[in-house]
Design a protein around this ligand. Structure first.
Ligand code: NAD
Length: 484
């Protein structure tokens, strides 16, 4: 076993864990244990939070850093992330089955870009602005860091989704206690090494591997000022209830069941790579994918054929192989869940045109063939619930109004796409879809713009200037006018 860690990174120090638990990490494509790390206990959590609070209040430490000092640190951080990118990409890919090409772009390039973006953003932002008051005086409006952030991250994009939180939080001057998913903890130990090499000041970042119990303890901890969560809607609801009771600010990036609306003039064959990315990226283990493909009645068979060809020709294999387009599911449990939905699709009468099984050439690893279901009703279970695997439902519609109605008839509202040769028409349709973000002939969360969901897909936004604002509190100081 190559990746064995015995200590935890708590507020800038490597320490023996207080508890005795360990977490084994299993490679998705071989089912072999490739690493082991300590499981953090609630005693470790107490230490992390105490150090994070102390760092916020330390005028000679993190609490006293200027904007320029933080921005310079983020720039150096970005450079190291880029330098060590391949190590991150390989580790993520081995743990969760992400094809290596996706891992290089999403799990290394994106975090480095976010650090640079937020460094530039804080350099350009006044910490305090002065406004002419309505009653003759002046008001100083000050942006302060929100405090100690608890960041809870899922396994599907473990680095990127962590940096959605870490980059703006550090930019704002917060401290962060990170709880990664047990399936993907090895990359966070690499991250801890990077933080150490940067000389991250004491208390600023802690990394606490653990499962949902530790997640719950973090959400409820009295020393936490804000929770940033990405994960399932079920967990998000519990976290929202707790944060509601505690009046604790929270952002929730949750599940999705987005629509890919194919308009009658769409040219799918010349957009096939974008279509694949927007519907099956990372083996379908991506929250924003358009897994309900809405096809016009007049072109229904053609759309089903195109998707069937796309899925059946996708190269399934070792995620570390650059030719691989579909790797394994992240865990045995998760494959079971995906296969269970395929069973439900068949039982409910949908017509499976390709896939449905395990690839014969892959006896090891949690592989599932990319699967297309045609003749699916929007009320079928596989159209309502998030499968989180390479499984698409193709749903027929009559006119564009009906397509928009079907797209909006979902508990979720996270991503989505419109496919057309007429960008203006695509934009018009995109505006009518109830969702947090949507693309025309393309989909990739752009870091300059807010990302998040409506309905059961979540509360709040990450990325963009809006993402930075989540980690700041605005305070107002009133000064009298001369005559007052
Ligand atoms: P999950 O909700 O089971 O776990 C996510 C994280 O939360 C893990 O670290 C887990 O240990 C922790 N956790 C679980 N229950 C908790 C609780 N009650 N309190 C505190 N922490 C808890 O989700 P998952 O299976 O790891 O990830 C897949 C889900 O994440 C999918 O539903 C997917 O759509 C969603 N997701 C959303 C986005 C987005 O930006 N909207 C992005 C990626 C993934």
């Amino acid at each position: 076993m190559k990746h064995v860690h015995e200590q935890l990174y708590i507020g800038g120090r490597w320490e023996q864990p207080r508890g005795a638990g360990t977490i084994d990490v299993v490679e998705a494509s071989t089912e072999e244990v490739i690493g082991q790390v300590p499981e953090a206990s609630t005693a470790d959590l107490d230490t992390a939070v105490a150090r994070a609070r102390a760092a916020m209040q330390d005028p000679d430490g993190w609490g006293g850093w200027s904007v320029e000092e933080r921005a310079a640190l983020l720039d150096r951080f970005a450079a190291v992330m880029a330098e060590r990118g391949e190590e991150f990409a390989q580790l993520v890919s081995r743990q969760n089955g992400m094809p290596i090409g996706t891992a290089r772009a999403a799990e290394t390039g994106y975090p480095a870009g976010l650090l640079q973006m937020y460094a530039a953003m804080i350099r350009g932002q006044e910490v305090e602005d002065e406004r002419a008051g309505a009653f003759g005086g002046t008001v100083h409006v000050r942006r302060k860091p929100v405090g100690v952030v608890g960041a809870i991250v899922p396994w599907n994009y473990p680095q990127t989704l962590l940096f959605f939180k870490l980059a703006p939080a550090l930019a704002a001057g917060c401290t962060v206690v990170v709880k990664p998913s047990p399936e993907t903890v090895l990359d966070t130990f690499l991250l801890a090494q990077v933080l150490e090499s940067l000389g991250m000041p004491a208390g600023v970042v802690s990394i606490l591997p653990g499962g949902r119990d530790l997640g719950r303890a973090l959400v409820e901890h009295p020393g936490i000022d804000k929770i940033a969560f990405t994960g399932s809607t079920a967990a998000g609801r519990q976290i929202a209830e707790t944060c509601g009771r505690l009046l604790r600010p929270v952002t929730l990036e949750l599940g999705g069941k987005s629509a890919a609306i194919v308009l009658d003039d769409a040219d799918l064959s010349s957009n096939i790579e974008s279509l694949f990315a927007a519907t099956m990226m990372n083996n379908g283990q991506t929250c924003f994918l358009g897994t309900r493909v809405l096809a016009p009645q007049a072109r229904y068979d053609e759309v089903v054929d195109t998707l069937t060809d796309m899925a059946s020709s996708a190269v399934i294999g070792d995620p570390l192989d650059e030719a691989t387009m579909i790797g394994p599911m992240a865990s045995a449990t998760h494959r079971e869940r995906v296969e269970n939905y395929i069973g439900i699709g068949k039982k409910e009468g949908a017509r499976m045109t390709t896939g449905g099984g395990r690839p014969a050439a892959r006896p090891h690893g949690w592989f599932v063939e990319p699967t297309i279901f045609a003749d699916v009703d929007n009320h079928a279970t596989i159209s309502r619930e998030e499968i989180f695997g390479p499984v698409l439902s193709v749903i027929a519609y009559g006119d564009v109004d009906q397509a928009v109605r079907i797209a909006n008839d979902s508990d979720y509202g996270l991503g989505g796409t419109v496919w057309t040769q007429d960008l203006e028409r695509g934009l018009e349709v995109a505006r009518r879809v109830e969702t947090g973000s949507i693309g025309v002939n393309t989909y990739l969360p752009d870091p300059v713009a807010p990302f998040g969901g409506v309905k059961d897909s979540g509360i709040g936004r990450e990325l963009g200037a809006e993402g930075l604002a989540n980690y700041q509190v605005q305070t107002s100081i009133y000064l009298p006018g001369k005559e007052v």
